[in-house]
Design a protein around this ligand. Structure first.
Ligand SMILES: [Zn+2]
Length: 198
């Protein structure tokens, strides 16, 4: 009975058929206009279809016409690039939300010097996100410190977007203190790494 209670809903990937917790997979639904869209939060109504969050499975699903189960049109081709764009947008929203929550709950440090001071002062930082347009010297300095203190280091978004996420002007660095929020953020940042090249 305990096992039943803790069992999470399972779904299988249309490309590789692997069965996993549905939250680990990506959900797609058919939008009212007939397009297949990513349902990142898994909340949209309608029949869903799942894939692993991997380039390989997404590409396979498109190639093998795996979306036909939810798509009305037999011949409509699914634009992989468009799916990546949607996914990237959804992830940016999710990451912004988590960073904003971290700020509201006092788990965020922003600004290069503040982050460096926090690490040196033994604040338990677990993630650092550095803007892609930070000065080369400062970027490298923070990366070295992060490595030495075994803090996860990501280089995503530009200064304007990082600042926007926390309701400020530009910010070149933000860091999140160890905890459940940081763990969620880390898994979303890992996912972002998989899709952002497109
Ligand atoms: Zn798969």
């Amino acid at each position: 009975m305990l096992a039943e209670k803790s069992a999470k809903p399972q779904r299988s990937c249309v490309a590789c058929r692997k069965v996993a917790d549905k939250k680990q997979l990506l959900r797609f639904v058919l939008a009212p206009d007939g397009r297949v869209v990513v349902d990142y939060r898994q909340q949209l109504p309608g029949r869903g279809l799942y894939t692993c969050l991997s380039r390989q499975c997404l590409e396979q699903a498109v190639k093998k016409n795996g979306f036909r189960r939810i798509s009305c049109s037999q011949h409509e081709s699914i634009d992989l690039k468009q799916l990546y764009t949607q996914l990237q947008w959804a992830l940016e929203q999710r990451i912004s939300g988590l960073i904003r929550m971290a700020r509201k709950s006092g788990q965020l440090v922003a600004g290069s010097n503040q982050v460096l001071d926090a690490i040196k002062g033994r604040t338990p930082i677990s993630i650092i996100v550095v803007a892609t347009d930070i000065s080369e010297n400062m970027g490298q300095k923070i990366e070295r410190v992060a490595c030495r203190h075994q803090v996860m280091f990501f280089r995503h978004f530009d200064k304007a977007l990082l600042g926007h996420m926390i309701g400020k002007e530009e910010r070149s660095v933000v860091a999140v203190i160890n905890g459940a929020l940081a763990r969620s953020l880390m898994s979303e940042l890992d996912r972002y790494e998989l899709v952002r090249e497109n």
